[in-house]
Ligand binder design. Structure first.
Ligand code: ARG
Ligand code: GLU
Length: 720
């Protein structure tokens, strides 16, 4: 769906005329709730089947489940499963640490890794695990002295100063760290006092054909059979407090670790997920939904199509190319696939119209609440200004920046600009680029055809979209433009190691002007394209529109809460600890298809294909399957369950989160969502939105039966 600005304002008129009911309150199973305020959800959770209390989950006076949950770095979740600081997270969360310890001789990524004892657990410099000590509503302190007439900038300055005071006070005399985060677009502020552990070690990981089974083909999909877990341990000083890595450190003794249940779950059973969801946009207006679903998502998807097609073709050609591109393909494909599901989901739900109906209802209500009357028209107006800039930037970031060629050009351009008045700094940065060239050119002959194709095709795509019109005065028609891009690539010194290094060695800042304005054609092209997309006009339009939107959303959300005073509005995810709950449940992805809620080892054997890298089954796993050697990890039907789906509302960051049963015992590890429901960041639909979890029985089976890492099983608290 294409939209002009005129269609935009017409829409708004339509919205004012539209007549219907609004549904702002959370739907069944929707919501990511604040642990400290869980008392408000307790009755509903117990009615849904929970047998523990809100206080068992979050309590500042007693050890509780929250003490067993950690933020893994800044983007995943983990949970303690022993009194020795052992914790579980996803394989894809631990991935880069597994890779960093892998060598050709010890390929832990491919073969798996199981430390035989504490002494063999592997330090991971830079990796942190953060435990929430307590949280507190600090809205009054943070908004002290702030008034409605403040500009957004002035307001933010006051807020930042207040936050500094509150956090400093909160951690005085302790080793804790405090942060404050806005909720409901800054209508409320919560402080988080954290304990950040700095010595975290890799303990175990399955081979990647288990931990990443199904690869990008199965990613975001059900039925799923990925053994997506890895195991780490927190170490501390002898006082049980965070410390830098030292061989003398001891395993951390957590206040609480999770009890693991082997009972499993059946369809309809209550579950909840406790973790760190990153970002949702539950309350945005139809403009934002339309912008993502119908404008920026399609651009990003189309440009990533080009990259993925070229990388995948290369990966078919040799093992070396498969290795080189696999992790970048994984990350490009992850967003690419999610956005497709998101756009389909939003349009299936008529998400834009649904939002417009809510806005119409708000507008009718606002007729008698004059302070809210102009908020929606103003939001609409700001989106009209934001829209074209967002689109242009999406083309630039996903298109112009798609190739290594342009990324390297950008790095050179940036170095030249940053150092234009300082010869010794220029020298330093040029030498750093020389050092990067060493690595980059080591496989240039292999890589270059792929990078060239990606550069030419993405740039041409951006040009066809009318985004590089500055080329039109010089190059007439597609063939000429294509030729220009090809020549730019083929003749660039950036694609010739000797010439490029020679340039970098001899560069002096007195040549800056000459170099930047045409001396190096690739830099010139980048410079002009960048100046078009990121002109100071567009930057300030974008910044002021975004600022206004943020301010207006604060008012709009406050208004909706007044409009529906009896609804429990959950705050959007913001990488703070949340509880979400639901039921184990299958779903109907399309006509005549029903997905049952759990998968088994049989499905792995069904998917096995020795010729496709992602579907190779480990011989040892097959042997266990053939012997039906599942031990206590089988379900009552004698199957080995692998994954299950439920209606818990999760998002990126919930990876690795504990999935718990009605008694608060660990039954799974969250790692994904079903593709048909990935619009849940914007719109939740209980018929389609499902989180995907690794069944804890498959995880333990792999540790115990597959890897024989009995010492780890012995540490855990496991109940039947
Ligand atoms: N979709 C999951 C998430 O968003 C897993 C991503 C990693 N796995 C992959 N095959 N790329 O993080
Ligand atoms: N795999 C995602 C993560 O890394 C979780 C999936 C989702 O977005 O829900 O957090």
């Amino acid at each position: 769906m294409k939209k002009s600005l005129i269609a935009h304002s017409q829409r708004f008129v339509f919205l004012l005329l539209a007549l219907s009911f609004a549904l702002p309150a959370a739907l069944a199973d929707e919501g990511m709730w604040i642990p400290m305020l869980l008392g408000r959800n307790e009755a509903a959770m117990q009615k849904a089947g929970m047998r523990i209390s809100a206080k068992d989950i979050y309590d500042i006076n007693n050890a509780c489940l929250k003490d067993a949950v950690i933020l893994f770095n800044q983007g995943c979740t983990g949970e303690f499963v022993s009194d020795q600081g052992l914790f579980l997270t996803n394989h894809h969360c631990g991935y880069s640490y597994i890779v960093s310890h892998s060598t050709e001789a010890h390929n832990y990524l491919t073969n798996g890794f199981w430390a035989e004892d504490l002494a063999h657990e592997l330090p991971c410099p830079g990796l942190t695990a953060t435990r929430l000590v307590r949280m507190e509503d600090v809205t009054d302190q943070v908004l002290h002295g702030v008034s409605d007439s403040d500009s957004e900038e002035a307001r933010q300055q006051k807020i930042d100063a207040n936050i500094e005071k509150v956090t400093a006070e909160a951690v005085k005399g302790t080793h804790y760290k405090a942060i404050v985060k806005p909720f409901y677009y800054g209508n409320q502020y919560f402080m988080y006092v954290n304990e950040v552990f700095r010595d975290v070690r890799l303990v175990g990981a399955p081979p990647s054909n288990i931990g990443k089974f199904g690869g990008d083909t199965d990613n975001w999909m059900w039925p799923r059979h990925t053994g997506d877990f890895s195991i780490f341990r927190v170490y501390t000083g002898s006082d049980n407090k965070p410390a830098d890595y030292s061989p003398d450190n001891k395993p951390y003794r957590p206040l609480k670790h999770l009890t693991i249940s082997l009972k499993g779950v059946e369809e309809g059973d209550f579950t909840f997920v406790f973790g760190y969801p990153g970002t949702t946009k539950r309350y945005v207006t139809h403009d934002e939904v339309d912008l993502s679903a119908n404008a920026t998502n399609p651009i990003r998807i189309a440009l990533r199509d080009i990259r993925l097609r070229n990388y995948k073709a290369a990966m078919e050609q040799s093992v070396a190319q498969r290795l080189k591109y696999s992790s970048r393909v994984a990350s490009i494909a992850n967003g690419w696939k999610k956005w497709q599901g998101e756009t389909l989901g939003i349009n299936r739900l008529h998400g834009v119209d649904q939002k417009m109906r809510q806005e119409a209802s708000f507008q009718r209500w606002a007729a008698s609440h004059p302070q809210y009357e102009s908020v929606l028209p103003e939001l609409n107006d700001n989106y009209s200004r934001l829209w074209p800039v967002e689109i242009e930037w999406t083309y630039f970031n996903e298109g112009i920046m798609a190739s290594d060629f342009m990324n390297r050009t950008f790095k050179l351009w940036r170095a030249l600009r940053e150092t234009q008045f300082d010869d010794s700094l220029a020298h330093e940065q040029c030498e750093a680029l020389v050092a990067e060239n060493e690595r980059f050119f080591s496989d240039f002959a292999m890589h270059s055809p792929t990078d060239r194709a990606i550069f030419v095709e993405t740039a041409l795509y951006v040009w066809k979209a009318g985004q590089l019109s500055f080329l039109d005065s010089k190059y007439h028609g597609e063939a000429a433009v294509r030729r220009f891009f090809e020549d730019l690539y083929d003749n660039s010194i950036l694609n010739n190691k000797d010439k490029y290094n020679k340039f970098l060695h001899s560069y002096r800042t007195k040549n800056y002007t000459k170099v930047i304005s045409g001396g190096i054609p690739a830099v010139d092209f980048f410079n002009v394209a960048y100046a078009h997309a990121y002109s100071s006009d567009k930057r300030s339009t974008h910044a002021s529109a975004r600022n206004n939107i943020n301010r207006l959303m604060r008012t709009y959300v406050r208004g909706m809460m007044e409009q529906f005073p009896d609804s429990n509005f959950f705050p959007d995810a913001n990488l703070t600890l949340r509880v979400t709950y639901g039921h184990v449940q299958g779903f109907r992805p399309r006509d005549a298809v029903y997905y049952t809620p759990y998968s088994t080892l049989d499905g792995i054997i069904e998917k096995e294909n020795p010729d496709i890298y992602d579907y190779v089954v480990e011989p040892r796993l097959k042997e266990l399957y053939n012997n039906k050697d599942y031990g206590r990890y089988a379900n009552s039907r004698g199957e080995l369950p692998t994954c299950f789906i439920a209606t818990n509302h999760t998002t990126g960051g919930n990876s690795g989160s504990p999935v718990l049963n009605a008694d608060g015992q660990l039954i799974g590890i969250n790692f994904d969502r079903c593709w048909e429901g990935t619009m849940s960041d914007l719109l939740f639909d209980p018929d389609y939105c499902r989180n995907i979890s690794l069944d804890i029985r498959y995880c333990l089976f792999l540790i115990d039966k597959f890897a024989g890492a009995h010492r780890l099983i012995d540490e855990m608290t496991i109940v039947q």
